[in-house]
Design a protein around this ligand. Structure first.
Ligand SMILES: [Zn+2]
Length: 171
């Protein structure tokens, strides 16, 4: 009979590095949550929908989702074995969390290091996301420019038509 030897003891405490990011909803960096962008055209201001936080037909949300990661480690006291497969042992803790035994660390320091590494990877991901969002901002800028041009054109036409009326009244 084949006997498996557990590389740990039930009741032993290890440290679990936290690797899952926390999603936080933040005010839109373009409209600051107002959902609108004010366009200055000469002495007049016009308000247009913000494109940076726009979600298709739902329109601007005023918020954007950003993933944050706080490096931390949690104590993990082994309460039992969940399974043993090709990836090794999966264990459960006394507070009902599950983890692969090979992801557990023997010290809090070691677990924090693993957690910090995951944090840095997440920060890099956020940087790339911000890059994408910058493209979104330029799209919003483009939209603003489009509206500004449209307004200028309408103003020229209005001025022309007003001029016609003015001339008509004067004569
Ligand atoms: Zn916005």
């Amino acid at each position: 009979m084949h006997t498996l030897t557990m590389p740990f003891e039930i009741g032993a405490t290890y440290w679990l590095p936290s690797t899952s990011p926390r999603c936080e909803v933040e005010p839109c960096p373009v409209c600051s949550g107002s959902k609108h962008v004010t366009v200055l055209a000469g002495s007049e201001t016009f308000v247009v929908d913000c494109d940076a936080c726009g979600l298709g037909y739902k329109g601007p949300q005023g918020t954007v989702s950003v993933y944050h990661y706080d490096p931390h480690a949690e104590p993990f006291t082994i309460a039992g074995v969940v399974r043993m497969d090709d990836d090794g042992w999966t264990v459960k803790s006394t507070d009902l969390k599950q983890a692969r035994f090979n992801t557990l660390c023997t010290t809090e320091e070691a677990a924090l290091d693993v957690s910090k590494a995951a944090y840095l990877a997440q920060e890099e991901h956020n940087m790339r996301q911000r890059g994408h969002r910058r493209k979104g901002v330029s799209k919003a800028t483009w939209t603003v420019r489009y509206h500004t041009e449209a307004i200028k054109k309408l103003e020229r036409e209005l001025a022309y038509h007003r001029g016609k009326i003015g001339k008509g009244q004067a004569s």
